[in-house]
Design a protein around this ligand. Sequence first.
Ligand SMILES: [Zn+2]
Length: 256
Amino acid sequence: MNDQQLLRYSRHILLDEIGIEAQERLLAATALVVGAGGLGSPAALYLASAGIGRILLADGDTVDLTNLQRQVLHRDDGIGQPKAESGRRSLLALNPGLEVVPLAQRLDGAALRDAVASSSVVLDCSDNFATRHAINRACVEAGVPLVSGAAIRFDGQLAVFDPRQPDSPCYHCLFPEGQDLDEVRCAVMGVFAPLTGIIGTMQAAEALKIAGGFGTPFTGRLLLLDARTMDVNTIRVPRDPGCPVCGGRHPPAASV
Ligand SMILES: [Zn+2]
């Protein structure tokens, strides 16, 4: 790190849990943020301010007036522009020393697998189950940790899945595909603006802990937040040994 970086990240370096070594791991890390909307905005801003060296920002949409109530990565003068490009500009304005790769597409197939495989950690900030399941499959396949967030109306969720750990569930263990038919999309539903900020910022915190190798990631647990009352519940999520996505990857020990 040069002198400017030592100053920029000094309040991290002062923390016993982080210090210079973990900050250097953050600078060497790549994070994939899928979705530059309500969750991806605060998540990407904190990843950038905190010094994740390379950020892949994927979103196939353009900035719309209805986004600006909560999608703090974008500005009024960005309306009509691709969110990936608008987001890249904001992140580099905050921290010009980073590499930000805009992926102005709805990531799927080989492009999704390549982006996941080149990342240290993936943040699922998307708003639909098809994308969530595709990201989960790619993360399990590549062995890359996944930080999942969701926010709708006043209800928020956070979960972390780490396929490098034999007892970690995956997203499919928690939300089996096909049981999510009555999908409600944030894109067309109401959502309380700061709720997306709270959950997206929690996603950034978890991604930084994973990429920096400090603290205890929230792996294998689900956090449920009701922003009407600010009540928080956390529950443990077991791995499903019969899960078609991760079940065959780490066969459970034979029962005796
Ligand atoms: Zn699974």
